[in-house]
Structures are given as structure tokens and as C-alpha cells.
Write a protein that binds this ligand. Structure first.
Ligand code: SF4
Length: 265
């Protein structure tokens, strides 16, 4: 039993068996650029096979499984972004976790990082329930879309620069489609921070009003005079949450700020 096939009955399914598949970075650029809606884009992302190392890894993990999930069928495909059209807040992470999103098919769902993130989103009024266990569990994002710099689970949580670059057109197109309404972009961690600014520039946004800014928790960057505000936030990784580098209060403050910006502009 391997990855879930496109067009399945899986509750996380967004593609059809006829959805075109990207096999190369050039295919990603072409298919991303011609995606006319977020649904269209998400479907194409979810069947992408442009990065051979990541395709092999995600499917191998889906075959091998963690013992505690031995009875589950792993998603084993790229994990698309999630959230309503016309959201005013975006959250950008690094990449799906091998036994989280790569298992459940939904971003930040089924692992400890997701537990932290969704509890905070719920406290901020941005998620319907405080847990995110599996697709079809009743969770719903409110005015918020969760996105990723890279859509496939990478070995050791580290995509290569070539894999990041291959995946960038998906993010660029998504930013073009969401930024008419998105006013605040919460970026989780330094890798996503370094991914978001080039993608925003490629999506046509003006550069930061006060020049380039290093990643930091709570750092805010306004793009141009009318663009979205980008807010840095330590990643909700266990490395940060177990050590106290990121506390619930710190996370709540970031989302409260994002809500305030989104509602004031
Ligand atoms: Fe496609 Fe992105 Fe996954 Fe590479 S990381 S295979 S570009 S979805």
C-alpha cells in the first residue's frame, strides 16, 4: 500500500485523476502560472512530482510508516495549502512533517507542531476547534490560509536550495491569488522567512518599505505603502516549544497582532 492516488475518496483530496502532473521545475512554473484559482492551484500542487528526492522520500515514508500509525494509509503526496478564499491572514510554514501532513494530507495536521499552531489559531478566533488531528475532523480555518514554502516532506526537515526553488512558483502564484485580500502574513521560522520575500517580489509586491530585515520573532515588515505586513514568528517546532523559546503567550501575541492588522486595513 503506497501513497493515496489522485482523485481518491480521501477527505483531504483536492485533485482529480485528470489533474495535470508537474514532472520538472519547468512544469511547475508553467502549471502554477496557468492556475486560475486557489482550488485549481491546490489540486495541481497535490500531484506534483518535480523533485525526485522528495517524491522518493515521501512515498518511502508512506510505505514504511511509523509503528503507531501502521494501520493508516499515508497520504504520501505534496500537501497543499489550506484555508478559505479571500482570507485576510496567511500563515507560511517550512514544509510538511513526514508523519504529520505527509500522513494526513492536511497541512500542520497530525503532529505536535500542528497541535501548537491550531490551539493558538483557535484562541485567536482563526480556527473552529483547538485540535487538528486528521482531514475530515471538523476543523475549519477562519479568515486564514496556511501555506508552505515547500509542499513535500523533506528528509531531516531540510529541503535543498534546488527543491525550494523548484517549489517557489507554486508559492508565487498563491501569493498573487491571495494578496488582494491578505493583509498580514505570519511567517514561521527563518527558512520560510527567506522563502517568502523573494516569492512576494516575484508576485509583484513592492520591496520592504524600510529595506531588508533579518528574521526575528515579532519583527514586522511592511511591503510598500499598501502591501501586506509580514510578521516573523519562531517556528512551532518541538525544538522551540519544548525548550520554551516559543511560548503560548508569544504565539498569541503574534496572532493578535495579525488579527489587528487584518481588521484595520
Ligand atoms: Fe513539487 Fe514542491 Fe513537492 Fe518539489 S517540493 S515535488 S516542486 S510540490
Amino acid at each position: 500500500m503506497t501513497a493515496v492516488p489522485a482523485g481518491s475518496e480521501h477527505p483531504a483530496e483536492v485533485a482529480k485523476s485528470s489533474t495535470p502532473v508537474a514532472h520538472t521545475a519547468a512544469d511547475v512554473a508553467r502549471l502554477a502560472g496557468s492556475s486560475v484559482s486557489l482550488d485549481h492551484l491546490d489540486a495541481r500542487v497535490s500531484v506534483c512530482r518535480a523533485c525526485p528526492r522528495l517524491v522518493e522520500w515521501r512515498e518511502q515514508v508512506a510505505d514504511d510508516k511509523r509503528a503507531s500509525y501502521a494501520d493508516e494509509r499515508y497520504w504520501g503526496r505534496p500537501v497543499p495549502s489550506w484555508g478559505p478564499e479571500r482570507a485576510r491572514i496567511a500563515v507560511v510554514g517550512l514544509a510538511p512533517a513526514a508523519h504529520g501532513g505527509n500522513r494526513t494530507g492536511r497541512i500542520f495536521t497530525g503532529d505536535r507542531s500542528g497541535d501548537w499552531l491550531f490551539r493558538a489559531l483557535h484562541r485567536a478566533g482563526l480556527a473552529a476547534i483547538p485540535t487538528s488531528v486528521r482531514a475530515g475532523d471538523g476543523q475549519r480555518l477562519i479568515d486564514t490560509r496556511i501555506m508552505a514554502g515547500v509542499h513535500c516532506a523533506p528528509p531531516a526537515n531540510k529541503p535543498t536550495p534546488a527543491e525550494r526553488d523548484a517549489c517557489q512558483p507554486w508559492l508565487v502564484r498563491e501569493l498573487r491569488l491571495v494578496t488582494p485580500t491578505v493583509k498580514a502574513i505570519v511567517v514561521l521560522g527563518g527558512f520560510a522567512w527567506s522563502t517568502v520575500f523573494p516569492a512576494l517580489a516575484a508576485a509583484g509586491h513592492e520591496p520592504p518599505l524600510f529595506g531588508a530585515v533579518d528574521f526575528g520573532h515579532g519583527v514586522e515588515v511592511l511591503l510598500g505603502r499598501a502591501g501586506p505586513t509580514v510578521i516573523g514568528c519562531y517556528h512551532v517546532s518541538q525544538q522551540n516549544t519544548f525548550t520554551g523559546r516559543l511560548t503560548e503567550e508569544m504565539l498569541d501575541a503574534v496572532f493578535a497582532r495579525a488579527v489587528s492588522i487584518a481588521h484595520s486595513r
